[in-house]
Design a protein around this ligand. Structure first.
Ligand code: FES
Length: 281
C-alpha cells in the first residue's frame, strides 16, 4: 500500500491528485468500473475511489481524486514513499462492457477519471466512441489527451468558457442525440460519470430519446460489503446497495432526488471538521 508516484493534475483548489499505489492482488483482479475503499490513517474514515488504471509491471493501481473533504485532503498530503493505512478491493461489479455500436461517454469533473478505464474497454470491444468531457474551467480538466486519443469523436465543455465550448456536457449530448435521430444513426448506449446534477440531466435527456443509459454512482460508503446499508439507493422502486449491486445502474430507474439528498447528509459536518483540522481557509 506504498505510494509509488504522485502527481497533482489540477493545482487550482480543490486540487485533483493522481496516486499510483502498490497493490499486487488488486492490480491482478481489477476490471473497469470497480473501486477500492481506503483509509489514510487508523483513526480516519473509509472512502471509496474508482480504480483508474493498473500497471502489471509495477503491480500497482492508479487513483485520481479531488480534495473536497477531510479524507481526500489528508490523502492529498501524502507523498511518494508514504503508505496508506488500509486498501481493500477491487470492490463492486465490473462495468457492462460489450460491443453496442455507437457509444457516448460523458465525464464531468473528477468523474472524467472514471471514464478513462471505460473508454479503453469500450474501444477494445470495437465500439464507435464519442467522448464529452466537462469541467468548471480549463485548470480542472484532466486526462484530455489520453481520452482524445481513444475517441472517434471528442468534445470539451467548460462552465466558464475558458476552454472548449462554454456550457455543459449535456448541451453537447442533446445536440448529438437530436442530429443522430434526424440522420437515423442512433447511439446505442450513453454512459455518464460525474456530479449528480449532471448525471440526472443526462438521464432526463436520454429518456426522451429512449436510449439505454448507465451511470456509475459514487455513494457514501462505510464497509463496502453490503452490510451497513450506508450506500443504499432506490432503483426501479427497489433498495439497492451501491457497493455490492453497483456502482453501475440504469440511470432511468434511479430516484435522483433521494440520491442527491442522501449525498448531502454530512456536508455541514464535513465543513466543520475540515475547519477543525485547518484544512480550509
Ligand atoms: S457501503 Fe455498506 S452497504 Fe454499501
Amino acid at each position: 500500500m506504498k505510494i509509488l508516484d504522485k502527481k497533482v493534475l489540477a493545482e487550482r483548489e480543490p486540487r485533483i491528485v493522481y496516486l499510483e499505489v502498490l497493490a499486487e492482488e488488486i492490480c491482478k483482479a481489477f476490471k473497469p468500473g470497480q473501486f477500492v475503499i481506503l483509509m489514510v490513517s487508523e483513526v480516519g474514515e473509509r472512502i471509496p475511489l474508482t480504480i483508474v488504471d493498473k500497471n502489471l509491471k509495477n503491480q500497482s493501481i492508479s487513483l485520481i481524486f479531488q480534495e473536497v473533504g477531510l479524507t481526500t485532503k489528508l490523502l492529498g498530503r501524502l507523498n511518494k514513499g508514504d503508505g496508506l493505512y488500509s486498501l481493500v478491493g477491487p470492490l463492486g461489479n465490473p462495468a457492462e462492457i460489450k460491443n453496442y455500436g455507437r457509444v457516448i461517454l460523458v465525464g464531468g469533473g473528477v468523474g472524467i477519471a472514471e471514464i478513462f478505464p471505460l473508454a479503453r474497454a469500450f474501444k477494445e470491444e470495437g465500439n464507435h466512441l464519442t467522448t464529452i468531457l466537462g469541467a468548471r474551467n480549463k485548470d480542472l480538466l484532466i486526462l484530455e489527451e489520453d481520452l482524445r486519443k481513444m475517441s472517434d469523436e471528442f468534445y470539451i465543455t467548460t462552465d466558464d468558457g475558458s476552454y472548449g465550448r462554454k456550457g455543459f456536457t449535456t448541451d453537447v449530448l442533446k445536440e448529438l442525440l437530436e442530429s443522430s435521430e434526424s440522420q437515423g444513426d442512433r447511439y446505442k448506449l450513453i454512459y455518464a460519470v460525474g456530479p449528480i446534477p449532471m448525471m440526472k440531466k443526462v438521464s432526463e435527456i436520454t429518456q426522451r430519446f429512449k436510449i439505454k443509459t448507465l451511470v456509475s454512482l459514487n455513494a457514501l460508503m462505510v464497509d463496502g460489503t453490503g452490510m451497513c446499508g450506508c450506500c443504499r439507493v432506490s432503483v426501479g422502486g427497489e433498495i439497492k446497495f451501491c457497493c455490492v449491486d453497483g456502482p453501475e445502474f440504469e440511470a432511468h430507474l434511479i430516484d435522483w432526488t433521494e440520491l442527491s439528498l442522501r449525498n448531502k447528509i454530512y456536508e455541514d459536518k464535513e465543513k466543520h471538521i475540515c475547519k477543525l483540522y485547518k484544512l480550509v481557509t
